[in-house]
Design a protein around this ligand. Structure first.
Ligand SMILES: *[C@@H]1O[C@H](CO)[C@@H](O)[C@H](O)[C@H]1NC(C)=O
Ligand SMILES: *[C@@H]1O[C@H](CO)[C@@H](O)[C@H](O)[C@H]1NC(C)=O
Ligand SMILES: *[C@@H]1O[C@H](CO)[C@@H](O)[C@H](O)[C@H]1NC(C)=O
Length: 302
Protein backbone atom coordinates (compact mmCIF):
# COMPACT_ATOMS: atom_id res chain seq x y z
CA UNK A 1 0.00 0.00 0.00
CA UNK A 2 2.72 2.45 1.03
CA UNK A 3 4.76 1.26 -1.88
CA UNK A 4 1.91 2.05 -4.27
CA UNK A 5 1.41 5.51 -2.77
CA UNK A 6 5.15 6.18 -3.00
CA UNK A 7 5.29 5.18 -6.63
CA UNK A 8 2.23 7.33 -7.47
CA UNK A 9 3.90 10.23 -5.71
CA UNK A 10 7.16 9.63 -7.55
CA UNK A 11 5.30 9.42 -10.82
CA UNK A 12 3.61 12.75 -10.10
CA UNK A 13 6.92 14.32 -9.24
CA UNK A 14 8.47 13.01 -12.43
CA UNK A 15 5.57 14.34 -14.46
CA UNK A 16 6.01 17.72 -12.76
CA UNK A 17 9.62 17.96 -13.86
CA UNK A 18 8.92 16.21 -17.18
CA UNK A 19 12.00 15.33 -19.13
CA UNK A 20 12.80 16.94 -22.44
CA UNK A 21 11.82 14.89 -25.46
CA UNK A 22 14.52 14.80 -28.13
CA UNK A 23 14.13 13.37 -31.60
CA UNK A 24 16.80 12.63 -34.18
CA UNK A 25 17.53 10.00 -36.81
CA UNK A 26 18.97 6.83 -35.40
CA UNK A 27 21.05 5.98 -38.47
CA UNK A 28 22.76 8.66 -40.53
CA UNK A 29 24.82 7.92 -43.60
CA UNK A 30 27.64 10.00 -44.99
CA UNK A 31 29.86 9.62 -48.00
CA UNK A 32 32.78 11.50 -49.54
CA UNK A 33 30.41 13.81 -51.39
CA UNK A 34 29.22 15.39 -48.14
CA UNK A 35 31.41 18.41 -47.54
CA UNK A 36 29.85 18.58 -44.11
CA UNK A 37 27.62 16.31 -42.10
CA UNK A 38 24.50 17.33 -40.21
CA UNK A 39 23.61 15.35 -37.09
CA UNK A 40 19.93 16.11 -36.48
CA UNK A 41 18.61 16.73 -32.97
CA UNK A 42 15.32 18.44 -32.11
CA UNK A 43 13.66 19.14 -28.77
CA UNK A 44 9.90 18.89 -29.10
CA UNK A 45 8.74 20.10 -25.66
CA UNK A 46 10.74 23.14 -24.63
CA UNK A 47 8.80 25.10 -22.03
CA UNK A 48 10.79 28.28 -21.47
CA UNK A 49 12.18 28.91 -24.94
CA UNK A 50 14.94 30.88 -23.32
CA UNK A 51 18.47 30.36 -24.59
CA UNK A 52 19.96 31.59 -21.30
CA UNK A 53 18.83 28.45 -19.45
CA UNK A 54 19.83 26.04 -22.21
CA UNK A 55 22.87 23.86 -22.45
CA UNK A 56 23.70 21.49 -25.32
CA UNK A 57 26.23 18.68 -25.19
CA UNK A 58 27.24 16.43 -28.06
CA UNK A 59 29.15 13.25 -27.37
CA UNK A 60 30.83 10.67 -29.55
CA UNK A 61 31.22 7.19 -28.07
CA UNK A 62 30.45 8.74 -24.68
CA UNK A 63 33.13 11.44 -24.88
CA UNK A 64 32.15 15.10 -25.07
CA UNK A 65 33.06 16.59 -28.45
CA UNK A 66 31.07 19.82 -28.34
CA UNK A 67 29.10 21.88 -25.89
CA UNK A 68 27.12 25.08 -26.13
CA UNK A 69 26.19 27.26 -23.19
CA UNK A 70 23.24 29.52 -23.97
CA UNK A 71 23.99 31.80 -21.05
CA UNK A 72 27.07 33.24 -22.74
CA UNK A 73 26.32 31.98 -26.28
CA UNK A 74 29.59 30.09 -26.22
CA UNK A 75 30.35 27.11 -28.44
CA UNK A 76 33.03 24.82 -27.14
CA UNK A 77 34.23 22.12 -29.55
CA UNK A 78 37.16 19.87 -28.64
CA UNK A 79 40.19 20.23 -30.98
CA UNK A 80 39.49 17.04 -32.95
CA UNK A 81 36.05 18.45 -33.78
CA UNK A 82 37.09 22.07 -34.25
CA UNK A 83 34.66 22.48 -37.15
CA UNK A 84 31.63 21.48 -35.04
CA UNK A 85 28.96 24.15 -34.66
CA UNK A 86 25.24 24.31 -34.06
CA UNK A 87 23.24 24.11 -37.28
CA UNK A 88 21.37 27.24 -36.29
CA UNK A 89 22.17 29.08 -33.10
CA UNK A 90 19.12 31.33 -33.41
CA UNK A 91 16.80 28.32 -33.71
CA UNK A 92 18.04 26.72 -30.53
CA UNK A 93 15.20 28.38 -28.59
CA UNK A 94 12.82 26.61 -31.00
CA UNK A 95 14.46 23.30 -30.14
CA UNK A 96 16.97 22.89 -32.99
CA UNK A 97 20.14 21.49 -31.45
CA UNK A 98 21.47 19.82 -34.62
CA UNK A 99 25.22 19.79 -35.09
CA UNK A 100 27.23 20.44 -38.26
CA UNK A 101 30.70 18.92 -38.58
CA UNK A 102 33.07 18.99 -41.55
CA UNK A 103 33.06 15.67 -43.34
CA UNK A 104 36.73 15.08 -42.56
CA UNK A 105 36.19 15.39 -38.82
CA UNK A 106 32.86 13.57 -38.69
CA UNK A 107 34.26 10.09 -38.23
CA UNK A 108 31.87 7.16 -38.09
CA UNK A 109 30.56 6.10 -34.69
CA UNK A 110 27.81 6.61 -32.17
CA UNK A 111 26.91 10.17 -31.32
CA UNK A 112 24.50 11.53 -28.75
CA UNK A 113 22.82 14.87 -28.29
CA UNK A 114 21.93 16.08 -24.80
CA UNK A 115 19.93 19.20 -24.16
CA UNK A 116 19.23 20.81 -20.80
CA UNK A 117 16.61 23.48 -20.25
CA UNK A 118 16.83 24.77 -16.70
CA UNK A 119 16.39 21.55 -14.63
CA UNK A 120 14.92 19.38 -17.40
CA UNK A 121 17.02 17.39 -19.75
CA UNK A 122 16.85 14.80 -22.48
CA UNK A 123 19.06 12.77 -24.78
CA UNK A 124 18.92 11.15 -28.20
CA UNK A 125 21.45 8.76 -29.74
CA UNK A 126 22.39 8.19 -33.35
CA UNK A 127 24.89 6.23 -35.36
CA UNK A 128 26.90 7.78 -38.19
CA UNK A 129 27.96 5.31 -40.85
CA UNK A 130 29.84 5.43 -44.13
CA UNK A 131 27.95 4.75 -47.29
CA UNK A 132 29.38 4.35 -50.76
CA UNK A 133 29.88 7.36 -52.99
CA UNK A 134 32.97 9.38 -53.71
CA UNK A 135 34.01 12.14 -56.05
CA UNK A 136 36.47 10.15 -58.12
CA UNK A 137 37.53 6.57 -57.69
CA UNK A 138 41.13 5.94 -56.74
CA UNK A 139 41.75 4.54 -60.23
CA UNK A 140 40.31 7.64 -61.90
CA UNK A 141 42.44 9.89 -59.75
CA UNK A 142 45.53 7.85 -60.55
CA UNK A 143 44.79 7.97 -64.29
CA UNK A 144 44.23 11.74 -64.27
CA UNK A 145 47.37 12.48 -62.29
CA UNK A 146 49.44 10.16 -64.52
CA UNK A 147 48.11 11.78 -67.68
CA UNK A 148 48.81 15.34 -66.50
CA UNK A 149 52.28 14.31 -65.31
CA UNK A 150 52.98 12.65 -68.69
CA UNK A 151 51.98 15.84 -70.51
CA UNK A 152 54.38 17.91 -68.38
CA UNK A 153 57.21 15.36 -68.53
CA UNK A 154 56.93 14.87 -72.31
CA UNK A 155 57.08 18.64 -72.69
CA UNK A 156 60.14 18.79 -70.42
CA UNK A 157 61.91 16.07 -72.43
CA UNK A 158 61.14 17.92 -75.65
CA UNK A 159 62.51 21.16 -74.23
CA UNK A 160 65.65 19.40 -72.96
CA UNK A 161 66.30 17.87 -76.38
CA UNK A 162 65.84 21.24 -78.05
CA UNK A 163 67.98 23.15 -75.56
CA UNK A 164 70.81 20.64 -75.95
CA UNK A 165 70.64 20.50 -79.70
CA UNK A 166 69.82 23.99 -80.94
CA UNK A 167 71.39 27.37 -80.49
CA UNK A 168 68.78 29.42 -78.67
CA UNK A 169 69.09 32.97 -77.48
CA UNK A 170 69.33 32.72 -73.72
CA UNK A 171 66.32 34.92 -73.00
CA UNK A 172 64.06 32.63 -74.98
CA UNK A 173 65.60 29.58 -73.37
CA UNK A 174 65.20 30.95 -69.85
CA UNK A 175 61.58 31.99 -70.36
CA UNK A 176 60.70 28.57 -71.77
CA UNK A 177 62.33 26.80 -68.84
CA UNK A 178 60.74 29.15 -66.29
CA UNK A 179 57.30 28.63 -67.86
CA UNK A 180 57.70 24.87 -67.70
CA UNK A 181 58.95 24.90 -64.11
CA UNK A 182 55.99 27.05 -63.04
CA UNK A 183 53.55 24.65 -64.69
CA UNK A 184 55.30 21.65 -63.10
CA UNK A 185 55.19 23.18 -59.61
CA UNK A 186 51.54 24.25 -59.84
CA UNK A 187 50.52 20.86 -61.27
CA UNK A 188 52.46 19.14 -58.48
CA UNK A 189 50.67 21.16 -55.81
CA UNK A 190 47.35 20.45 -57.52
CA UNK A 191 48.02 16.71 -57.64
CA UNK A 192 48.98 16.67 -53.95
CA UNK A 193 45.66 18.32 -53.06
CA UNK A 194 43.61 16.25 -55.48
CA UNK A 195 44.98 12.85 -54.54
CA UNK A 196 43.27 12.89 -51.14
CA UNK A 197 39.84 11.40 -50.56
CA UNK A 198 36.83 13.63 -50.43
CA UNK A 199 34.94 16.39 -52.17
CA UNK A 200 36.41 19.33 -50.33
CA UNK A 201 37.41 22.78 -51.53
CA UNK A 202 41.01 21.55 -51.53
CA UNK A 203 40.25 18.55 -53.77
CA UNK A 204 38.39 20.69 -56.23
CA UNK A 205 41.03 23.44 -56.24
CA UNK A 206 43.66 20.72 -56.67
CA UNK A 207 41.99 19.38 -59.79
CA UNK A 208 41.74 22.92 -61.17
CA UNK A 209 45.43 23.56 -60.48
CA UNK A 210 46.26 20.33 -62.27
CA UNK A 211 44.22 21.02 -65.40
CA UNK A 212 44.08 24.76 -66.07
CA UNK A 213 47.82 25.70 -66.03
CA UNK A 214 48.59 23.15 -68.77
CA UNK A 215 47.29 25.85 -71.13
CA UNK A 216 50.79 27.37 -70.86
CA UNK A 217 52.19 24.26 -72.55
CA UNK A 218 50.36 25.13 -75.78
CA UNK A 219 52.22 28.39 -76.56
CA UNK A 220 55.34 26.67 -75.23
CA UNK A 221 54.86 23.93 -77.82
CA UNK A 222 54.50 26.62 -80.46
CA UNK A 223 57.77 28.24 -79.34
CA UNK A 224 59.56 24.88 -79.33
CA UNK A 225 58.41 23.97 -82.81
CA UNK A 226 59.43 27.49 -83.87
CA UNK A 227 62.99 26.78 -82.73
CA UNK A 228 63.22 23.42 -84.49
CA UNK A 229 61.49 24.28 -87.74
CA UNK A 230 62.21 27.37 -89.80
CA UNK A 231 58.61 27.66 -90.83
CA UNK A 232 55.82 25.84 -89.06
CA UNK A 233 54.65 22.91 -91.12
CA UNK A 234 51.05 21.87 -91.30
CA UNK A 235 51.80 18.81 -89.21
CA UNK A 236 53.19 20.88 -86.37
CA UNK A 237 50.21 23.23 -86.48
CA UNK A 238 47.93 20.19 -86.41
CA UNK A 239 49.77 18.90 -83.33
CA UNK A 240 49.37 22.24 -81.57
CA UNK A 241 45.70 22.21 -82.59
CA UNK A 242 45.32 18.70 -81.17
CA UNK A 243 46.85 19.78 -77.88
CA UNK A 244 44.52 22.78 -77.75
CA UNK A 245 41.54 20.56 -78.48
CA UNK A 246 42.58 18.21 -75.69
CA UNK A 247 42.94 21.15 -73.33
CA UNK A 248 39.49 22.51 -74.19
CA UNK A 249 37.88 19.09 -73.67
CA UNK A 250 39.73 18.70 -70.37
CA UNK A 251 38.58 22.12 -69.14
CA UNK A 252 34.98 21.40 -70.13
CA UNK A 253 35.26 18.05 -68.32
CA UNK A 254 36.71 19.81 -65.28
CA UNK A 255 33.89 22.38 -65.26
CA UNK A 256 31.32 19.57 -65.39
CA UNK A 257 33.03 17.47 -62.72
CA UNK A 258 33.73 20.22 -60.23
CA UNK A 259 30.03 20.86 -59.69
CA UNK A 260 28.78 17.35 -59.12
CA UNK A 261 29.56 14.62 -56.66
CA UNK A 262 29.70 11.85 -57.69
CA UNK A 263 30.98 13.23 -61.03
CA UNK A 264 29.02 12.26 -64.11
CA UNK A 265 31.55 13.39 -66.71
CA UNK A 266 34.87 12.11 -65.43
CA UNK A 267 35.40 10.43 -68.79
CA UNK A 268 35.31 13.80 -70.62
CA UNK A 269 38.10 15.11 -68.42
CA UNK A 270 40.13 11.92 -68.86
CA UNK A 271 39.61 11.98 -72.63
CA UNK A 272 40.82 15.60 -72.82
CA UNK A 273 43.94 14.85 -70.80
CA UNK A 274 44.61 11.73 -72.88
CA UNK A 275 44.43 13.75 -76.10
CA UNK A 276 46.91 16.26 -74.67
CA UNK A 277 49.25 13.44 -73.66
CA UNK A 278 49.03 11.86 -77.12
CA UNK A 279 49.69 15.21 -78.81
CA UNK A 280 52.72 15.71 -76.55
CA UNK A 281 54.02 12.25 -77.33
CA UNK A 282 53.70 12.73 -81.10
CA UNK A 283 55.31 16.17 -80.83
CA UNK A 284 58.27 14.68 -78.99
CA UNK A 285 58.54 11.97 -81.64
CA UNK A 286 58.36 14.60 -84.33
CA UNK A 287 61.09 16.78 -82.86
CA UNK A 288 63.30 13.76 -82.20
CA UNK A 289 62.50 12.13 -85.50
CA UNK A 290 63.69 15.23 -87.28
CA UNK A 291 66.84 15.24 -85.19
CA UNK A 292 67.57 11.63 -86.06
CA UNK A 293 66.89 12.28 -89.74
CA UNK A 294 69.22 15.25 -89.62
CA UNK A 295 72.04 13.25 -88.06
CA UNK A 296 71.56 10.50 -90.64
CA UNK A 297 71.69 13.13 -93.36
CA UNK A 298 74.86 14.65 -91.92
CA UNK A 299 76.51 11.24 -91.80
CA UNK A 300 75.40 10.54 -95.37
CA UNK A 301 76.65 13.87 -96.71
CA UNK A 302 79.98 13.46 -94.99
C1 LIG B 1 25.12 13.73 -47.47
O1 LIG B 1 24.64 14.21 -48.72
C2 LIG B 1 23.43 13.60 -49.12
C3 LIG B 1 23.12 14.06 -50.53
O2 LIG B 1 23.46 15.39 -50.72
C4 LIG B 1 22.33 13.96 -48.13
O3 LIG B 1 21.12 13.36 -48.50
C5 LIG B 1 22.74 13.44 -46.76
O4 LIG B 1 21.80 13.82 -45.79
C6 LIG B 1 24.10 13.98 -46.37
N1 LIG B 1 24.51 13.30 -45.14
C7 LIG B 1 24.73 13.94 -44.00
C8 LIG B 1 25.09 13.07 -42.85
O5 LIG B 1 24.69 15.17 -43.87
C1 LIG C 1 26.98 1.97 -32.31
O1 LIG C 1 25.92 1.39 -31.58
C2 LIG C 1 25.34 0.28 -32.24
C3 LIG C 1 24.13 -0.15 -31.46
O2 LIG C 1 24.26 0.13 -30.10
C4 LIG C 1 26.38 -0.81 -32.35
O3 LIG C 1 25.83 -1.93 -33.03
C5 LIG C 1 27.56 -0.28 -33.16
O4 LIG C 1 28.60 -1.25 -33.23
C6 LIG C 1 28.11 0.98 -32.53
N1 LIG C 1 29.10 1.54 -33.42
C7 LIG C 1 30.32 1.91 -33.01
C8 LIG C 1 31.21 2.44 -34.05
O5 LIG C 1 30.67 1.79 -31.84
C1 LIG D 1 34.63 6.23 -43.68
O1 LIG D 1 34.99 7.09 -44.75
C2 LIG D 1 36.07 7.95 -44.45
C3 LIG D 1 36.26 8.91 -45.61
O2 LIG D 1 36.30 8.24 -46.82
C4 LIG D 1 37.33 7.12 -44.20
O3 LIG D 1 38.40 7.97 -43.88
C5 LIG D 1 37.05 6.18 -43.04
O4 LIG D 1 38.17 5.35 -42.84
C6 LIG D 1 35.80 5.34 -43.29
N1 LIG D 1 35.50 4.60 -42.08
C7 LIG D 1 35.11 3.34 -42.09
C8 LIG D 1 34.85 2.71 -40.77
O5 LIG D 1 34.95 2.72 -43.14
Amino acid sequence: MWLLAASVLLGALRAGSAQLTLVGISLIERNDCNASVVLPCYVTNLALNDEKVMFVTWKKQGNIIFSYRGENKKSNPVPAFSSARLLSQVDLVKGVASLVISSQQATVGNYSCEVTESNREGEVKMELRNSSGSWFLVVERAVMISLVCSVVILCAVQLTVIVLKYEIESQRKVSAIVALVIVAVVVGVGAALFIQDGYTVQNRAGLGLMVVPTVILIPLQYVMFGIVFDCLLQATLALIGLKLLGFIIAVVGFALCVQTCPPLHGSVLIAGLAIMAIASLISLGYVNGLRIMESLLTVYVN
